[in-house]
Design a protein around this ligand. Sequence first.
Ligand code: VAH
Length: 308
Amino acid sequence: KILVTGALGQIGSELVMKLREVYGNDSVLATDIRKEDCEVVHSGPFEILDVQDAKRFSSLAREYHIDTIMHLAALLSAKAEANPQLAWTINMGGLVNALEVAREHNTQFFTPSSIGAFGPNTPKSRTPQDTIQRPTTMYGVNKVSGELLCDYYYQKFGVDTRGVRFPGLISYVTKPGGGTTDYAVEMYYGAKENKAYTSYIKSGTYMDMMYMPDAIHAIIQLMEADSSRLIHRNAFNVSAISAEPEDFAQAIRKHIPDFQLSYDVDPIRQAIAESWPNSINCQAAKEEWGFQPKFDLHSMSEDMLEKI
Ligand code: VAH
């Protein structure tokens, strides 16, 4: 049975539904710090869990006979930069608790890292799998620390930890909260609702992006991969698209010709975006577990505008 933390979040809400489709409703325990009236709560087991509560975390793992933990509960980059101390407490405190439960109950373990784990002196185009990681944001410090801690739990305690460095994720099921790449999600909504959007990220700012269905598939594919093939573990570069705001606008105009994009740059999120890569190299994920995204900017845009 799989325990998912942050199950009501942007990734969690889609991951839980896909896992229940693949493995059966009762094989996925969804948890989050709050309860909501939604299909994640109604379609299978749900429990309130604050990942800072180590005792409850462990007792839920025991009660539900958990053999896999997918730890998604965290503050994203912009929110973490606004509350750095809280971000450390939740992002690292939650991760340590999750890893300890995995060690204690001998479960498999997944948690995402991010392109945010790279910093200003990391090579910016086709960023290698193994390279300099000196992020300048609290979120990035959390992600690099998390990668090292997960590898440590594998090396030291034999916990089967695996992770991916996610790019900006685009989805229409649950809106992201507090990210930097979220401008791209908001642009699709702005296009659909008002044929216009004002971007807080400057034109020409390239970042890696991926459609949520490809992200969910990557998690399942990595967790089912033959561990003897894995040279890396925490965490694999994965991406599908490298784009800047004008690229999204152009793709949207194929469907909404008079879409207007304007700019009101937020210096804080612009600085975060500029410290991240423009495009990352995903060769290791392709070679070690067959990572292969299906959506490009055009097919993602077509699907997003149809579905929202
Ligand atoms: C964020 N969407 O913007 C997340 C992600 C790569 C970006 O980590 O913080």
